[in-house]
Design a protein around this ligand. Structure first.
Ligand code: AMP
Ligand code: MG
Length: 326
């Protein structure tokens, strides 16, 4: 019988509630993003934004899906990685909702959720190029585990783009603004830092800002920045494809909304004879739908709830010690 899963996301700047069925039908995808007035994300301010917005997000999600809380079969929340105060807000909201309505609860990994939502697009055993604000990783399943094949050794690509944009006076989030401005064909020589399977973006962002300060046009600098950062990411993804001999690539994370990145990844995949799966933009950014979907996959795969989760659950209600369908 079809199940209905409610997913809760709160790892960083976005508070979100999504509802999805066990067949993968998306019934609602409600999101609210914290945008700092100045500077980067302040974890406590972001958490306050999330706790202010969760009641409305739950209400809107249920209304959009034409459901009542008792229709929900499973509550899934992102239990990490992320900013502590933000994670706590999502976990508390998830527990309160599950407890109040006597619904089984599961905590899941945010990065794996970005990967598993790609399977909804039709991928079965992909390499994930996961490019978001804080995270930049190439992940694939090997020897019974998701493993990180390459990653940033300094800042996440999205945070790097945001930092450049902030310093150039464009505001937050910077990625989409950079995308709009970027125009070739002139390509500046910027640091291209691939070290083995890892990447580094910090020096690239500083060099791009220096080019801007030295009088290069914003169109040329943003174009060169995108070309360099995305080429580095695609190179590492291609190496992971070669190493694992997998023939599917999935893009995930907010930066995967970028049309130029989508084009580059598709070209690389085509040239390797690999299929490229790119979720719609509203599923690339942080969202509750992917958290719900992963929660269901884990339950469906007889995931054993961890001892740590058990202890947390016991504090709240004894009948949620094991995740079972009602
Ligand atoms: P996430 O953390 O996965 O929600 O992604 C947020 C990040 O994605 C932020 O750093 C944004 O600047 C970045 N981002 C969103 N849209 C785009 C875009 N069109 N091009 C590049 N970066 C983007
Ligand atoms: Mg994310």
């Amino acid at each position: 019988m079809s199940k209905i899963i409610l997913g809760i996301e709160s790892t960083a700047h976005t508070a979100a509630v999504g509802i999805i069925t066990s067949e993968g039908e998306i019934l609602s995808n409600q999101r609210s993003m914290y945008i700092p007035k100045e500077g980067g994300i302040h974890p406590r301010e972001a958490a306050r934004h999330h706790s202010d917005n969760f009641p409305l997000l739950f209400k809107r999600a249920l209304e959009e899906a034409s459901l009542v809380p008792l229709d929900i079969d499973l509550v899934s929340y992102a239990r990490g990685p992320g900013l502590g105060p933000c994670l706590r807000t999502g976990a508390t909201s998830a527990r309160a909702f599950a407890y109040m309505h006597k619904i089984p609860l599961i905590g899941v990994n945010h990065c794996v959720a970005h990967l598993e939502i790609g399977l909804l697009e039709g991928a079965t055993d992909p390499v994930l190029l996961y490019l978001s604000g804080a995270n930049t990783q190439v992940i694939a399943y090997a020897s019974e585990k998701y493993r990180v094949f390459g990653e940033t050794i300094d800042i996440g690509i999205g945070n790097g783009l945001d930092k450049f944009a902030r310093e150039a006076g464009m505001g937050f989030p910077g990625g989409p603004k950079i995308e709009k401005l970027a125009r070739g064909p002139e390509l500046l020589n910027l640091p291209y830092s691939v070290k083995g399977m890892d990447m580094a973006f910090s020096g690239l962002m500083t060099a791009a800002k220096a080019k801007l300060d030295s009088g290069c046009s914003i169109e040329t600098v943003t174009y060169s920045l995108q070309e360099t950062a995305f080429a580095m990411s695609c190179e590492v993804a291609e190496r992971a494809l070669a190493h694992t001999e997998k023939n599917e690539l999935v893009l995930g994370g907010g930066v995967a909304c970028n049309e130029r990145l989508r084009e580059m990844a598709t070209t690389m995949a085509e040239e390797r004879g690999v299929k490229c799966f790119i979720p719609p933009k509203e599923l690339c950014v942080d969202n509750g739908v992917m958290i719900g979907w992963l929660g269901y996959q884990m339950i469906n795969a007889d995931y054993q709830i961890t001892e740590e989760d058990n202890q947390v659950h016991q504090k709240y209600r004894t009948d949620m010690v094991e995740v079972t369908w009602r």
